[in-house]
Design a protein around this ligand. Structure first.
Ligand code: CA
Length: 225
């Protein structure tokens, strides 16, 4: 899952990026309005949530939000705002934002709101399963036949992407776009490393892997149904 943060205060941007990366998100950060809008429009299908500061150099958050909404009606947008009058909040929502949070805010509260919006946007599901593997997004747990399995953040994100798309072929380029951030240098072998790690942790011994390779295209997890 990939998030864009548009925030000119470096300390807040870094705090958010670190926290969200720890939660398994791929995170892109823009420190001014123009760059933020550019990133948003360049990757409009890739972002699962956009966090927008209100007061920004270049373009302000409201202008960015309006422009994003012309291209994409669905992507959840949360305003980060120091303005705290009710009118401002209403205005924020009327521009097409889904939610707003007042600074200073707790990371836990922001994360909870992100999860709520992602559920509305993508699916009501928080539990995904296939091939005896069960993933609970909210509890951040993975089990195989009822036994807990430890995954790194990137392994977790990759497995989440596969499970959300089970039964479909996942193209390598799409996997990179959804699981890694913009600084990923398109070294394809990195994906192989993570796929191998998942296979090692989750495959049945002496059985075909639960992640099948679709030669020249990508990977697939079969749907149980
Ligand atoms: Ca600001």
């Amino acid at each position: 899952m990939r998030i864009l943060i548009v925030e000119d205060e470096t300390s807040i941007a870094n705090f958010l990026r670190d926290g969200l990366e720890e939660e398994g998100f791929a995170v892109d950060v823009a420190d001014n309005g123009k760059k933020g809008l550019q990133l948003a429009l360049d990757n409009i299908e890739e972002y699962d949530v956009i966090l927008l500061d209100w007061m920004l150099p270049g373009l302000n958050g409201i202008e960015i939000c309006r422009n994003i909404r012309l291209e994409n009606k669905a992507v959840p947008i949360i305003f980060l705002t120091a303005k705290d009058t009710v009118d401002d909040a209403v205005f924020g929502l009327e521009t097409g934002a889904n939610d707003y949070i007042r600074k200073p805010f707790s990371f836990e509260e922001l994360l909870a709101r992100i999860r709520v919006l992602m559920r509305k946007n993508i699916t009501e599901l928080v539990v995904f399963s296939a091939a005896g593997i069960e993933m609970n997004i909210e509890k951040h747990t993975v089990t195989k036949k009822g036994k807990a399995v430890e995954l790194t953040q990137k392994e977790f994100s990759l497995l989440e992407y596969f499970l959300r798309n089970k039964g479909k072929v996942c193209r390598r380029t799409r996997i990179i776009e959804k699981v890694w951030d913009i600084h990923f240098d398109y070294d394809n072998s990195v994906i192989d490393v993570y796929i191998n790690a998942l296979r090692k942790k989750l495959d049945e011994p002496c059985q075909p892997s639960f992640i099948s390779t679709v030669r020249g295209v990508g990977y697939k997890i079969e749907s149980d149904e």
